[in-house]
Write a protein that binds this ligand. Sequence first.
Ligand code: GRF
Length: 200
Amino acid sequence: MSAGLPARKRVAILISGRGSNMAALIAAAKAEDYPAEIALVLSNVPAAGGLAIAAAEGIATATIDHRAYGRDREAFERAMQAVLEAHRIDIVCLAGFLRILTPWFVGHWEGRMINIHPALLPAYKGLDTHARALADGATEHGATVHFVTPGMDEGETILQEAVPVLPGDTPETLGQRVLAVEHRIYPLALRMIATDYTLL
Ligand code: GRF
């Protein structure tokens, strides 16, 4: 750690898939003045592509397969919580993590857990946001980083950025435009909350 800089917050990124937002956070956290370090990448899917990317970056990875816990969501989350505590995690970033979290887990991380959603919340909560925006004839779409609360995609917005919907867009072309925004605003939002949290 450089003299004069406060200790970096220890961040866990929770993923279920390819991990492109995770990679954007890892890249941003390499900056010397970034207020957070990526201490752990945790996946509920053993084959998640992001795990290999994180390991190649020298970041600790863990897999907790939710299928081993059947319908017992809290047992799955208690297993995650134990790993997060073992790594002394301060902040959790959900990045394409496809499990619904219980009030128990969300309550534990309240104010310290954030998510990226591919829409301009409160519009288009849930899945298939690009197709739904196109079906509605929306003229703009975008991405939102928000705090996680028990209601899905309902927590306070930290950062949001819009993109235009262009003639001829498909869910894929629109999704690519939104994803580029996601990769920019997620590292900015984490910087903001890690800095504020440092001040607490
Ligand atoms: C992103 O579009 C994110 O907004 C959503 O899930 C997708 C994850 O993509 N929550 P990636 O795994 O970060 O590439």
